[in-house]
Design a protein around this ligand. Structure first.
Ligand code: ADP
Ligand code: MG
Length: 259
């Protein structure tokens, strides 16, 4: 297990506009870390820089002392599983086929999947609570089932860092709680670090050990959730009024309605 060190990361899709500016964060091993911020603030870009998918023009992401952009795609995939937003998978695959692709970073090209890979696929389906979906075509899944399949694939990948981009956006509250709970439990049991982009500030408060609030590509605040999600920080970054409530020692954030 190793921590992630994000040092002065700058990324631009279209120079001279920076999507990320001088981002510095330390994410401890085993931590459940949330990234929040308005639409377009750079959350997905940051996650893709962490995963090595995008190479920062300045600064770097270090995993166990190694610069992620210097590792091969297979090496990175053994350490980190990236679950992207709107992943679109087409064609006539079954859920089992997709989950099995989590083994790709370990499979020797000329050998194909071993019995152990299949056993791990079945295990991952069980852990995600969807063994009954193994032979279901992926074109016939609900939003919640789809996310559980993607999560099972990440588990099958056996990475010790999971990068999740809005894993519960668009799901009903039961599925939100079920997915967040599964991830949190697994992270604890297996010592996995989770870096998770979330839109729901109350989920971020409940599940995350640490948070970074992004604004226009920069870290506006980072630290413990209660310290980051203050009325002042939220209103400054999102530009809308909120009420922060405390009940039974817990904090809740309510948007002020503009009617
Ligand atoms: P978030 O995930 O917080 O909504 P993104 O990281 O997707 O934000 O985007 C950050 C900024 O980078 C936005 O201004 C967005 O328009 C821009 N951006 C994202 N992807 C691309 C791309 N492929 N090409 C050009 N600009 C992009
Ligand atoms: Mg995004």
């Amino acid at each position: 297990m190793s921590g992630l060190f994000i040092r002065n990361v700058c990324y631009s899709y279209e120079p001279p506009v920076w999507a990320l500016k001088d981002v510095c964060l330390d994410i401890d091993a085993g931590c459940f870390f949330g990234i929040i911020g308005p639409n377009g603030s750079g959350k997905s870009t940051l996650l893709r820089c962490i995963s090595g998918n995008l190479k920062p023009q300045r600064g770097g992401v270090f995993l166990g002392g190694q610069d992620v952009s210097a590792l091969s795609v297979r090496e990175v995939a053994r350490r980190m599983a990236l679950v992207q937003q709107h992943s679109s998978l087409e064609y006539d695959f079954t859920v089992g086929d997709i989950v099995l692709t989590g083994r790709n970073p370990y499979i020797k090209r000329w050998r194909g999947e071993s019995a152990q890979d299949y056993a791990m696929m079945n295990d991952a389906l069980k852990t995600a609570g969807i063994p009954h979906l193994k032979d279901r075509p992926i074109t016939a899944l609900s939003g919640g089932e789809w996310q559980m399949m993607i999560l099972a694939r990440a588990l099958c990948q056996q990475a010790d860092i999971m990068l999740l981009d809005e894993p519960v956006t668009g799901l009903d509250i039961r599925h939100q709680v079920s997915i967040m709970g599964t991830v949190k439990r697994l992270a604890k049991q297996r010592g996995i670090s989770v870096v998770c982009v979330l839109h729901d500030l109350n989920l971020a408060l409940s599940y995350c050990d640490g948070l970074a609030l992004l604004s226009k590509g920069e870290v506006f605040a980072s630290g413990k959730p209660e310290e980051v999600l203050t009325k002042h920080n939220i209103e400054s970054v999102y530009g809308t009024g909120v009420t922060v409530l405390r009940h039974d020692g817990k904090m809740y954030i309510l948007p002020e309605m503009d009617m």
